[in-house]
Design a protein around this ligand. Structure first.
Ligand code: DC
Length: 446
């Protein structure tokens, strides 16, 4: 299921221009539902029907097939196989569309088509009843309006540029008539949904409206990622881990390091990138059970780990796991408390080890990764150290292992403005691609 954005409003408020610009920016599918009504209007006109008469229009529906296709990113509308995208843009068809849209059978005919498009994609759909009838559960609802005079002025300029001879007064009167029709019909009249945000574009430029609606979408979809529920990391509270702890941890680290060097033929690469202080995220690919140790040895400050909930079920292991600052995560639960615990650990000064793939990979392939890592990094605004652990086949005695630390990605390198799913996805992709590049380097040496 994708994200649904509904933009409703009267004719000429700029819905389609704005929705198109936003859809391109956000990579959503833009659905101009007015085009569907226009297509029925065109068919009714071509067949000499009275466009206001349900008795004349309804029987025509049986012979109509309307399809939306996307060609080079632009919506094209097909009427019985014919591309009518341009033909439906005349003032005559506009009025016919407004007429036929008041006929219940026409609305029912187009409803399923609109719903099915929305169920398959992230959509930005514009129309009159999107927020109220077609997508009542849309994540974002906008009601875009402007004064009738301003809308007439814009439409008049648009039509004149196309060579249309209509006068300003004719365009204004058309708009007023359509406003009246669209908001006074019995079925699905044009009206603002209770939960829609009103945007009046009368004295705003196109760019300003795009920006404003973009912000509303970002703000509303941000809630879906759960980022707003997370208490952000308070840098002033970030503690230095107690020096006595650091001392004992150092001793332990050297012992484990030595043991690992004896048991495995392990090489640590990228020494200049080893984290010297705490409160960093260490994001690594996942190859074996020994990985938490491999990635923690180079960090002077103790690490904290996310561990599978099942590990905590083995009661005897619990004290040990907890001593290693591990905390449980339920896979795919979308549980924001895990994120909050992660931020807390960073606040306490620990480094946080994350394996974004969520599961071990069997070879050099780096799996897609989950966005959780991006969510934590975005909420905490701490550096992310990409790490790659590589070895051939299975991990065993004297196996050659390369553990490579990459340059940290600093928080300001990520363009996180709102924490929207799109931004977090891009951030996760960046982290995963750095890990993949390090894996490739490892294989040059294996
Ligand atoms: O947005 P537009 O001007 O292309 O729409 C043409 C007509 O279609 C409009 O006058 C009202 C009708 N319409 C509707 O009733 N419901 C929609 N969701 C979209 C358009």
């Amino acid at each position: 299921m994708g994200i649904k954005v509904a933009i409703d409003g009267p004719s000429g408020a700029g819905k389609s221009t704005i929705a198109k610009a936003l859809a391109a920016k956000l990579r959503y599918v833009y659905v101009d539902t007015g085009a569907l009504y226009r297509t029925i209007g065109l068919y009714a006109l071509r067949n000499g029907a009275d466009t206001k008469s349900a008795a004349e229009v309804e029987p025509l529906l049986e012979n109509i097939s309307v399809k939306l296709k996307y060609e080079n990113g632009a919506q094209q509308v097909y009427l019985n196989g014919e591309n009518v995208s341009e033909l439906i843009r005349t003032p005559e068809v506009s009025m016919a569309a407004s007429d036929v849209s008041a006929i219940p059978a026409v609305r029912a005919f187009l409803l399923d088509l609109q719903k099915s498009i929305a169920s398959e994609n992230n959509v930005l759909m514009d129309g009159r009843d999107i927020g109220t009838v077609v997508l009542p559960d849309a994540e974002v609802k906008i009601f875009l309006t402007a004064s009738a005079e301003e809308r007439a002025k814009r439409r008049f300029e648009e039509l004149s540029a196309k060579g249309d001879k209509s006068t300003y007064d004719e365009v204004l009167s058309d708009i007023q008539k359509r406003d009246y029709n669209d908001s006074h019909r019995d079925i699905a009249p044009l009206k603002q949904a209770d939960d829609a945000v009103l945007v009046d574009s009368t004295s705003m430029s196109l760019e300003q409206v795009v920006e404003k609606i973009g912000e509303i979408i970002a703000e509303k979809t941000r809630k879906r990622t759960g980022i707003d529920k997370i208490k952000p990391l308070d840098k002033s509270k970030c503690k230095k881990v107690n020096p006595v702890r650091v001392f004992f941890y150092d001793i332990l680290r050297v012992i484990v390091w030595t043991a690992f060097k004896i048991y495995y033929n392990v090489k640590f690469e990228g020494k200049e990138n080893f984290p010297k202080k705490g409160s960093n995220i260490i994001a690594s690919n996942h190859r074996s059970m020994a990985d938490p140790v491999f990635v923690s040895i180079p960090a002077r400050i103790q690490c904290s780990y996310m561990a599978k909930e099942s590990l905590f079920k083995i009661k005897a292991l619990n004290p040990l796991i907890r001593a290693f600052r591990a905390f449980p995560v339920t896979r795919g639960s979308g549980d924001t408390s895990v994120i909050s615990t992660s931020v807390e650990m960073l606040e306490k000064g620990y480094n946080l080890v994350i394996f974004p793939e969520g599961t071990r990979s069997k070879d050099r392939t780096v799996l897609k990764g989950k966005t959780g890592v991006a969510l934590i990094a975005a909420a905490a605004k701490v550096p992310v150290y990409p790490v790659a652990i590589s070895f051939e086949g299975k991990l065993c005695f004297r196996k050659k292992v390369i553990v490579r630390f990459g340059k940290p990605i600093e928080p300001d390198e990520f363009e996180i403005k709102s924490g929207s799913p799109r931004e977090l996805h891009a951030m996760k992709e960046r982290i995963m691609s750095e890990i993949s590049a390090l894996v490739e380097k490892n294989y040059e040496q294996l």
